[in-house]
Structure formats: C-alpha cells, structure tokens
Design a protein around this ligand. Sequence first.
Ligand code: NAP
Ligand code: GCO
Length: 266
Amino acid sequence: MSISEIFSLKGRVALVTGAAYGIGFAIAEAYAKAGAKIAFNCRSKEHLEQALKAYKEKGIDAKGYICDVTSEDEVREMVRDITDTLGSIDILVNNAGIIKRIPMTDMKVEEFKQVIDIDLTAPFIVSKAVIPGMIEKGHGKIINVCSMMSELGRETVSAYAAAKGGLKMLTKNIASEYGAYNIQCNGIGPGYIATPQTAPLRERQENGERHPFDKFIISKTPAERWGTPEDLMGPAIFLASEASDFVNGHVLYVDGGILAYIGRQP
Ligand code: NAP
Ligand code: GCO
C-alpha cells in the first residue's frame, strides 16, 4: 500500500458534528479533500444555510442536518438518514461544543449542566448511535474533540474543564470497550485556535492594544501564535485513516507546544 493510500479516506462516510464553521468545518473540508463523503449538523437554520454555501464554494457536496446533539431522538434520526443516503458511518468526529466563561461560584447549576450536556453527554449519545453500524462494518474511527482543558484548569471554565476531562476518559473507555471490533477512538486536543468560540478572548482593546488574554496565550505558546482551524486538518486525517489503525485511546494535542511549556520566564 502506498503512503497516500494509507492516509486516503476514499469512499469513507464521515459525520462531523457542529461543522457549520470553525474547527469542525476545517476537519470536514480536510476529510472531503481526502476522499470522504461528508455529513454535518448544527442547530441553527441560518448556520446550516451559510455552511452549505461555504462547502459548495469549496467544491464539497456536504449533506447538512439541523440536529441538536443533546437529543437522542434527533441524533438517531440523523444517523438513520445518513446511513440510507450516504451509507453507514465509518468516521465520527464529536466536534460540536460550547463554553461558558463564568466564575464557578457565580455559575448556575443549569449553566453547568448545559455545558456537560453538549460537550460530554452528546459525544456519548452520537457515539452510541454509530457504534452498532461500525461493528457491523468491521471498522470505525471516532475522534473526540478534547481541549487543553482535558489536562489543565483555569479561572471561569469549571464546567468546560469537567466536560473535556470527562471526554478524554470517555475516549479511553470507547477504545477499551470496542477496540476488539476494530474501532479506534482517539481524541484531538486543540490548543488555542482562532474561531468564533475564542473571538471574545482576542478582541482588540479600545486603545487598539491586543486583549490581555491574547497576550497571555502568545506567551504560553512556544509557537508564539494562535492556532488556525487548518492546523487541525493533518492530525484529524491521521486519526481517521488507516495510518492510525493501531492508535487507540490516545489524545493527540495540537497546541503549538502549550502542554510542554512552563511559560516564559520573567
Ligand atoms: P465554534 O466556532 O463555536 O463552533 C461550534 C459548532 O458547534 C457550530 O457549528 C455550532 O453550530 C455547533 N453546535 C454547538 N452546539 C451544538 C449542539 N447542541 N448541537 C449541534 N451543533 C452544535 O467552536 P470551535 O471553536 O470551532 O470549537 C469546536 C470544538 O472544538 C468544540 O468542542 C470546542 O470546545 C473545541 N475546542 C475549541 C478550541 C478553540 O480554541 N477554538 C480549542 C479546543 C477545543 P450552531 O450554533 O448552529 O449549533
Ligand atoms: C478558554 C477557551 C477554550 C480553549 C480551548 C483550549 O476559554 O479556555 O475558550 O475554548 O480555546 O478549549 O484548548
């Protein structure tokens, strides 16, 4: 087998959740360029329409769904439709996610639970819906989008860190429970990536200076820059392709070196 064949996704069916824009969109674009058929979902009709247009502009014939990943019924219906129209799913990327930046003692229980529901319970729901088809097919790849917060804490993100830490362990558990069926479940752990989710942390100050958090991230990242969604493309292809068939239960951090670095000395 040639090296390009090892990394090829030709003929594979991939579902990338929350891939209307941001990291999910870039991963779906990479998979399409590697030969996969793409399905994605989001909650808003407006985002869906914008995304379909954006995929089309890139020459990608993606199938889009309005589906809230926290609803088991909606997810089951979407997976059934993808299976009927594109074929049964070979690759699932649990990408849809939200963050709430609120000091823990000010956070309402409902707010905490909403983050856990979308960032942790939903990957369980969607994985549960696709695993039987993968078992039947004899192979499958599940990629959970983790975070620096799967390893580290910081002020104001208690729910997000709890969810992403839990997602790392859900990853290891799916790998353990279904590895014998030739299913690999790995995580991808983006560092700080410039997307709508992190836009408030990069806003210019009134005096034109960079946001203090922006300066902080640059100082914590050996690469001295924010990541881009495109930085995730190669690692995501690796985890979805035959190149990673003996990689299971791992989290691949794509962070410009943040987790290796103690921070700039004064
Ligand atoms: P983003 O720009 O906010 O995009 C999130 C996507 O998820 C959108 O398409 C959104 O569309 C969809 N979504 C949100 N809740 C959903 C739900 N309940 N059901 C279905 N779709 C839903 O986020 P991003 O920065 O690309 O992040 C993507 C993933 O990477 C998230 O899991 C995030 O936690 C993780 N991550 C991000 C960074 C970063 O620095 N940006 C770093 C590490 C990890 P709708 O609003 O239309 O539903
Ligand atoms: C935050 C960020 C997170 C990070 C990311 C780190 O407030 O800490 O918004 O979304 O960007 O998850 O990997």
